[in-house]
Design a binder for this molecule. Structure first.
Ligand SMILES: Nc1ncnc2c1ncn2[C@@H]1O[C@H](COP(=O)(O)OP(=O)(O)OP(=O)(O)O)[C@@H](O)[C@H]1O
Length: 330
């Protein structure tokens, strides 16, 4: 096996025990690890300040790791920038283009810095800016600027694409169009590392994801794994004259937690069908109408909020189930 070439089954991105400490001594990344295979879309999620950008900057070769090991396409992206940079595309949070240039001029200028750049018109078409080539950058909408950022990242036909909040400022249609584009790129074998605040985006695009909190990975897995680790919820209003004690024993319904607020009852369960069936069978038998009945499977949003909330209440991490890996602080 050749040592320089990366093979299909190998990891295109490898991060092991990465730490990043800023000048003032603040440790923004506190020992994280993950791998991304060729053609995979991997999403890094986390609350503001969790350390996503600090991590991605190291992968992009913009900053060195303070300690730990990072490999992109088998190389250290900072020390061996020349080997990695031509094969990667980077879409930063702030593009910062000269505002007097037109869209085409901006793409042409950028193409001059990229070896083997694709034709500008083709890339602008790909991101839906085909008809906007003659427009000055300062006249573009926020969403169009984001798409120009993406076009520039695609000019070099990269094997690895870093997308830092790619759909911020895009309307629903623009967001869906970007998702389609990312899916098409993945289908041709492009590896994508994505940061986003839109959980729906991660749920739609990511093969696997990691949720960061305070410089660490709190949970990682496929979106389905991470979601399955969260309880489902049932909420309803009890009619006047009924109390929680009138329900069948909650534990017997597979309910693991509950809250009561006035007449509203909220139940948490990992056995949604059993709990809902037990509750509705009881309501039918007792001829009780459960007002505002809402039965809801766990979502990625709940997983995310659960992690943020646990941080606020006890600083600890909840258990993960069904393949979602919980990485607690050492
Ligand atoms: N140059 C810097 N010097 C010192 N601290 C920094 C620097 N840049 C970022 N930080 C701090 O590091 C932490 C992580 O920041 P980072 O930008 O990586 O988070 P993020 O997850 O990308 O957040 P956001 O979602 O808001 O973009 C934050 O507390 C931030 O204030």
């Amino acid at each position: 096996m050749a040592t320089h070439d990366i093979h299909e089954h190998e990891h295109v991105i490898e991060v092991t025990d990465l730490h990043r400490v800023y000048g003032g001594g603040f440790e923004a990344v506190r020992g994280i690890g993950f791998q991304v295979g060729r053609g995979e879309v991997f999403a890094l999620l986390g609350t503001n300040g969790a350390g996503k950008t600090s991590t991605v900057e190291v992968l992009e070769g913009l900053a060195p790791a303070s300690s730990g090991r990072v490999r992109v396409l088998g190389h250290d992206p900072y020390a061996e920038r020349g080997a990695v940079r031509p094969r990667t595309g980077v879409m930063l949070q702030e593009g910062g283009f000269p505002s007097e240039l037109t869209v085409t001029e901006t793409a042409r200028m950028w193409a001059g810095c990229v070896s083997g750049a694709r034709p500008e018109a083709e890339v602008l078409d790909q991101v839906g800016l085909g008809g906007r080539g003659a427009v000055r950058v300062k006249q573009l909408s926020g969403g169009e600027r984001r798409r120009l950022d993406l076009a520039l990242a695609l000019l070099g036909d990269p094997e690895v694409l870093f997308l830092d909040e790619p759909t911020t400022g895009l309307d629903a249609e623009g967001r869906r169009a970007t998702w389609e584009l990312v899916r098409a790129l993945r289908a041709t074998g492009t590896t994508v590392l994505l940061t986003t605040h839109y959980l729906e985006e991660a749920e739609n695009l990511a093969d696997r994801l990691a949720i960061m909190r305070e410089g660490r990975i709190a949970v990682t897995g496929t979106p389905a794994d991470v979601t399955a680790a969260q309880p489902s919820r049932i909420s309803f209003r009890l009619p006047d004259g009924y109390h929680l004690g009138d329900l069948p024993p909650l534990a017997a319904l597979g309910v693991t937690g509950h809250e009561v607020e006035g007449r509203t009852v909220r139940l948490r369960t990992r056995e949604l069908q059993r709990a809902a069936t037990g509750l509705l069978t009881w309501a039918e038998g007792a001829r009780v109408e459960l007002g505002g009945l809402d039965v809801r499977s766990a979502s990625l949003e709940e997983a995310f909020l659960g992690i943020a909330q646990q941080h606020r209440t006890d600083g600890g991490l909840g258990p993960a189930a069904h393949g979602a890996k919980s990485e607690t602080a050492a």
